[in-house]
Design a protein around this ligand. Structure first.
Ligand SMILES: Cc1cc2nc3c(=O)[nH]c(=O)nc-3n(C[C@H](O)[C@H](O)[C@H](O)COP(=O)(O)OP(=O)(O)OC[C@H]3O[C@@H](n4cnc5c(N)ncnc54)[C@H](O)[C@@H]3O)c2cc1C
Length: 367
């Protein structure tokens, strides 16, 4: 029976980034159910970095990740992962409130027309957030997996956890092929399956709910789109960003409750996305080139969960990364690693309060 100090369930960005922080310090294995790591949410994101997204506590994780994402250490990556783009939060009426830590300015209609040629008249103004960037999400995930392996971590794909039992201070973990592994610490980084994995380990679920989000790649009869800002509706009804010179990635900003699954775009959501897009700009739509969907999984308070379960010895949660799991990964992984290894937090995350992300907060909510 193979024995490890730590087994991480899930090889998406959450498992890979936490694994990379602790490999070298512990004997560690990532078990991933699919043929390849990153097949689910991590491989389906809109790939942007937006400091105002997710509220003030998520903004702290995002801001703490910024320096690493823009200038990673050379042994991690020779290139940064961010490409600056800026974001226009469009509004017909009230201006959106961004967290105070986020740099922004108001853009009135005349400037809006220059920044977003073809914007329809009902969009009167916007808040511009200059710090918004594209993230090379695939590059970041690969770099974490590379670092994990280089530091001695092992990865097993097509290795689905189906059950785990706590015996004599260790987890005995059964995979779908009936092989059995042991580890003192089991990390639940299973994305949309976080609650299912907990239940399979006899641990009470936290209510982490997957919500489906649709993405559409639209070909347009208009060029010069690639470097325009990300554009989102301050009312939360759409966002789009230039993908190539004459195509955009578009989302209707949908959040459809679903069971954990291999999510796919539904026709009605694609149609809604296109309809909303046509109400924002007058750019002629030529065709839908492709569409896809992924699951964004949230705890009840929409904050991620990092930490040991107080009622399940050796069970560590790394879940609920919602729509911000890529942009927060560097700081979140350092925070989770410090908690898991009982080490002092490094300076990059010294300003973060681990209690905000702890499992205990749910116990307090239900008291
Ligand atoms: C459409 C869309 C747009 C998004 N846009 C952005 C964005 O612009 N910026 C941003 O920062 N974030 C964005 N996100 C969110 C981001 O993609 C997620 O927060 C992040 O990918 C979550 O990573 P994860 O590792 O927790 O989950 P996943 O990538 O889903 O990984 C979990 C893994 O666990 C595995 N697993 C599950 N059960 C088991 C089991 N029993 N045994 C073994 N393995 C198991 C799964 O196969 C899966 O590979 C977006 C998400 C979506 C869907």
């Amino acid at each position: 029976m193979a024995e490890f100090d730590v087994i991480i369930v899930g090889g998406g960005i959450a498992g890979a980034s936490l694994g990379a922080q602790i490999a070298g310090e512990r004997k560690i294995l990532i078990v991933e159910a699919e043929d390849q790591c990153g097949y689910h949410s991590t491989g389906r994101s809109a790939a942007f970095y937006l400091e105002s997204y997710g509220g003030p506590e998520v903004a702290k994780l995002t801001l703490a990740s910024q320096a690493f994402l823009s200038q990673p250490p050379p042994d991690f990556s020779e290139r940064g992962f961010l490409r600056m783009r800026g974001d226009l939060h469009l509004t017909r009426d009230e201006l959106p409130q961004l967290p105070p830590s986020v740099e922004s300015r108001v853009v009135e209609r005349a400037e809006l027309e220059r920044l977003l040629p073809g914007v329809r008249p009902q969009w009167r103004r916007a808040v511009f957030e200059p710090g918004c960037a594209d993230i090379d999400a695939g590059g970041l995930h690969s770099a974490y997996l590379r670092q994990f392996r280089r530091r001695g971590g092992a990865i097993a794909t097509r290795a689905k956890l189906i059950r785990a039992d706590r015996r004599a201070k260790a987890w005995s973990i059964t995979l779908a092929d009936e092989s059995v592994l042991t580890a003192r610490i089991l990390v639940d980084a299973a994305g949309a399956w976080a609650d299912s994995v907990a239940k399979a380990c006899g641990v009470a679920p936290l209510g982490i709910a997957p919500l489906r989000r649709t993405m559409v790649q639209l070909r347009l009869g208009r060029s010069g789109l690639k470097d325009l800002p990300l554009v989102d509706g301050a009312d939360g009804s759409f966002y789009f960003k230039g993908e190539t010179d004459d195509s955009v990635w578009l989302s209707p900003h949908d959040e459809i409750p679903t069971e954990p699954c291999d999510a796919a775009a539904e026709e009605i959501d694609v149609a809604t996305a296109v309809d909303r897009f046509q109400q924002v700009v007058d750019w002629p739509v030529e065709r839908v080139e492709r569409s896809w969907a992924g699951l964004r999984s949230f705890a009840r308070d929409r904050l991620p969960v990092y930490g040991f379960d107080p009622d399940a010895p050796g069970f560590f949660w790394c879940a609920g990364q919602g729509g911000f799991g890529i942009q927060t990964a560097p700081a979140a992984a350092k925070l989770a690693a410090a908690m898991l290894l009982s080490k002092e937090a490094p300076s990059m995350i010294a300003q973060l309060d681990p209690a905000v992300f702890s499992v205990e907060r749910f116990r307090q909510m239900s008291d």
